[in-house]
Design a protein around this ligand. Sequence first.
Ligand SMILES: Nc1ncnc2c1ncn2[C@@H]1O[C@H](COP(=O)(O)OP(=O)(O)OP(=O)(O)O)[C@@H](O)[C@H]1O
Length: 583
Amino acid sequence: MKNLLGLKPYLLRYKKNLWSGFLFIILTNLFAVIAPKYIGLAIDTMNRHFALSDVLRDTGLYFLLSLLSGFFLFLVRQNIIVASRHIEYDLKNDYYQHLQKLPRSFYNTTSTGDLISRGTNDLNAIREFLGPGIMYSLNTFFRLLFALIAMIAISPELTLFALLPAPLLSYSVYKIGSSMQKRSKSIQESYAGITNLVQENLSGIRVVKSYTRESFEINRFECLNKEYYRKNLSLGKLQALFFAFLTSMTALSLLPVIWVGGINVINGSMTVGGIAQFIVYVSMLSWPIISIGWVTSIVQRAASAQIRLNAIFNAKPDVAETENKGQKEESFKGKLSFRDVQFHYPGQEKNPILKKITFDIAAGSKVAIVGATGSGKTTLVNLIPRLYETVQGTILFDGHDIRSLPLKTLRELIGFVPQVNFLFSDTIARNINWGSRNEDADMVIEASKIAMLYGDVEEFPDGFETMLGEKGINLSGGQKQRACIARAIAWKPPLLILDDALSAVDTGTEARIFEALLQKLPETTILLISHRISTVKNCDRIIVLKEGSIVESGTHEELLQQKTLYAELYNQQLLEEEIFSLS
Ligand SMILES: Nc1ncnc2c1ncn2[C@@H]1O[C@H](COP(=O)(O)OP(=O)(O)OP(=O)(O)O)[C@@H](O)[C@H]1O
């Protein structure tokens, strides 16, 4: 239960609704419990002498009180259920906002399906607790309280008989409730597994199809689905037994009431109306008693959902937002310096990826990073926008330690085109505009011209308004990459990082796009990772990485003269090109 304390701030936010709901619950139950008194009176009137006016008065009052009880019940729902919907809305927003702030390392270890399941299934369990859970708990409490007061007023002895099965009921509710909690927790975990599998399968559906692994995937789904189905059946069976048991127990509690009450009526210590009223109360108690079990399972389900949500809410962004030091964005030029930077991935101290990296890149210069696959190029550029934190050493942007800059400011200074690109299901224009802060059509055109995408888009019937399918499925690999470059340029950032961003276009196009970038963005510092010497040779400087260390650095000509690793790469690519042209 203590896990649910995390919901306190949300409950306080809607305390007006909740307090009103609380008041209306008292009123609805008060009227509901007073109403049966007039059934008893009507029966007793009929027993003594039949006066239609008296019967009409009593039944009229019964009807009026029931109507009032119904009206206040409506207000209860309007306040408590509505508050629960507000809280659900706030929680969903907070959950999504929190997910946006979590670091990349968090997503390395958490699956998307699991996050979706927590944001839907678990949040729904919380809402059920906040709405029906709170409402039925309070309702049960006041219904029991008022009905018991009324019953004791009629006959304390009969009340005692009516409550005989109560200890057994409470104990069974507790035992079966705990078992239900275990089963629902396990169901929630299974559901998360299914969501994850479906999410992953649909994202990779093209790979599944090209490898004709549909039946393998169907089997995997069926296995998980069967497990989920079995767990649900087992919970359903328990619930069915639980409700059947409770219903028969409450029906059973009527037997001593009729037996002892009947004797009381025969010996004249009770009226027929009195026992009729009493029986109405006993039946009135059956739903609250049954709902104890239901509410117990709602609370338990919510408690385990809250544990799962807390695990996400407690995950902290590992890059602390630092205070804005008053540095204006326009004053940044794009000078970049690495000072003795060392890095290893979290928990992999024995596997250093970057070792004592030191270099300076002047503002506006174009620098390439080359090296064999796995040499640490991507890792190096990921440190600049602080997607990962350096383990040792400092990275400076225009002389400022990047850790002293607000994260938002730092990231807005960088146009980043990662190796694996991603486009949203939206128009091409909005995809290019996405990172920008305005809806400037000229800027979209300018950026797409520099990225050499403009000609392609002009050919599309809807031009920049062409809707992209999921992840830009209706664009070619090269078009997708160029759209991502256009998006990064549209920011007009002082630093542009291209991480193998043109691998899907041919060598000639890559060189032409890079030429355009050099010409059109003379003031932008460009850090380029590419395996193609034909592209990097035009850079002001080339840094060669080997196993996480800088082994060479200089212009294309300088490096060729050194006749070491870069020259080897160059000669190898020349040879490959010659073989290709001969074939
Ligand atoms: N998230 C990660 N967790 C642990 N190790 C990682 C992670 N990402 C990369 N690595 C490891 O770090 C090393 C450097 O990877 P990196 O992606 O930086 O190389 P790269 O030079 O960019 O390679 P490529 O040219 O193939 O893109 C590799 O050995 C890789 O296995």
